[in-house]
Every structure is written in C-alpha cells, then in structure tokens.
Write a protein that binds this ligand. Sequence first.
Ligand SMILES: NC(=O)c1ccc[n+]([C@@H]2O[C@H](COP(=O)([O-])OP(=O)(O)OC[C@H]3O[C@@H](n4cnc5c(N)ncnc54)[C@H](O)[C@@H]3O)[C@@H](O)[C@H]2O)c1
Length: 284
Amino acid sequence: MAHSIEKIAVIGAGTMGSGIAQVAAVAGFQVQLFDLNPEVLKKGMTGIQKNLLKAVELGKLSAENAEATLARIAPADDLRQLVCDVVIEAIIEKTEAKQNVFQSLAQINPPTTIFASNTSSIPITRIARGIPHPERVVGMHFFNPAHLMKLVEVISGEATSAEVAQTVAELSTQMGKTPVMAADAPGFIVNRVARHFYLESLKCLEERVADFATIDALMENSGFKMGPFKLQDLIGMDINFSVTSSMFDSFHGESRFRPSRLQEMKVEGGFLGKKTGKGWYSYE
Ligand SMILES: NC(=O)c1ccc[n+]([C@@H]2O[C@H](COP(=O)([O-])OP(=O)(O)OC[C@H]3O[C@@H](n4cnc5c(N)ncnc54)[C@H](O)[C@@H]3O)[C@@H](O)[C@H]2O)c1
C-alpha cells in the first residue's frame, strides 16, 4: 500500500458505521468509533459484540480472535481526539455535516490522513470542496449490512489523487471486500440502478396496484433476496429518502428520480424502519 495504515477512525456508529468498524477491526486495524449520540455508540458496540459472538458460534472466528478484535475497537467521545491514518465517515446523508467532520479532523490530522466518505449519493467532488488537501478525499461506499456485503465502490472526485483511490481499494481488499472503481456520477453505480427498485414499488403502492407486503412477496418470489419495502426498513427510511432527494437534485429534477411523498411521510412520522422499531413493518 502506498500509505501505511494502522489506525482508522469511523465517524458515525449507526447502521453502517458499526459494521464498518467491525470489518476494520477483524482485518487487524486499530479502530476508533465515534458518534454524536452516545446511545447510538453504545448500541453500535453491543451490535459488534453480538456479531462477533455469532461468528464464533458459526465457527468463522475463534473466541480468542473475537476478543482481540473487540479490544481493537475503542469507542471515542471526542471528535477532536481522533488522529489516524484513515477516516471513514458514515454520518447522516447531508453535505454540510460531512464537510464539517472533515474540516474539524483536518485541523488535527496530518495532510496524509485519508478522508473517505461512505456517502450513498453525494458527489465526492462536492464533499471535498474547501477541505484542506482535497486530493485525500475519496468515496468508500460499503453496502448494508457492512460486515456481510462484499462490494465496496471506490469513488474518485475531481481532486482525488490516483494514489489515494488505489490505497482505499487495497484497504477494502484487506478488509475482505471486493472494491470496484466508480466515477463520481450521481448515485455512483449501484444506487443509481437500484433507485428505481424503491421508487417504482412506491409508485405501485401510491397507485394501489398492490399492498407493500404483496409487492415484497412477489419480488422475493421472483428472485430478489429482499423486497423493496423490507429493504427500505433495513437501510433506514430517512437515509433512503435523503439518497433519493440528493439524486433528484443531482439529476436537475429529472422526474424518474422524484422522491415519494408516501416515504416522506414515514420519515416525518419517525417510522424509520428497523432502527426505530417501525417502518413499513413492525419490529417491536
Ligand atoms: N443505511 C444504508 O443501507 C447505507 C448503505 C450504504 C451507505 N450508507 C450511507 O452511510 C451513511 C450513514 O448511514 P447510516 O444508515 O449508517 O445512518 P444512521 O442514521 O444509521 O447513522 C448515522 C449516525 O451518524 C450520527 N451522526 C450524525 N451527525 C454526526 C456528526 N456530525 N458526527 C458524528 N456522528 C454523527 C448519528 O447520531 C447517527 O447515529 C450515509 O451517508 C448513508 O447514505 C447507508
């Protein structure tokens, strides 16, 4: 690897951040995990512990290895103490919030620290704007659940150096993932194609073609691993809606990416899916 990597800071310990911290620690890196919300951080650490215990039960990891992996993850309560070789940001899907995290970390980290964003849809070029040494800002897009899904899209923005993209691709491989280089186009590759899986199913629901459970059952019976509504609950309704909104914006209002009012109402009501106990389905 062009950069020597030992310490990784993962920012955001929600659905994606905790899984990313886990795979980084399994791969032998020292990990610091931070979230603005201490409850989420606690929940994230418990989730990682559960996943590791399950891996031991399945014979995929020895008990000693699981213990050592967990010991490599340090929950952090102050962003201003995170000095590392690579930052992987997995916070809310909002440009300004992501830029603020990188701006703060740029003040205490050397210019060689790589700033990777797990954004699903925000252009890397936009996130990197105004960040000192923007050549180190790159997309590192994991898929949900991050500890199981193999694909990682590595996205180069206008300023990203080829060396940084290559280092992140090699890092993904070290984490047991399969990196794919993607251009900085709205939604990159997977989210652009998959957007219509969610949007068209939401339109079917709006037009009363079928109810959501029937649509899920039909899609699963036709070969999809999860129906579109179950998937929205797994991803998080707020994240799925923000990604659609960001893509609609990036495609200058093209109607095929118009966000769904039905989904927006779920977000407004706090029915975010598995993470809040209720979305399209109930998990209480
Ligand atoms: N959910 C998915 O399926 C999925 C898949 C791939 C990529 N992503 C992307 O990953 C990112 C995170 O998504 P998620 O589903 O894990 O969201 P999430 O809502 O589960 O978790 C986000 C966490 O970030 C924390 N946070 C918000 N602002 C913060 C800040 N300034 N500093 C530190 N922590 C902060 C929140 O407290 C929350 O716990 C988003 O950019 C999303 O687009 C999500």
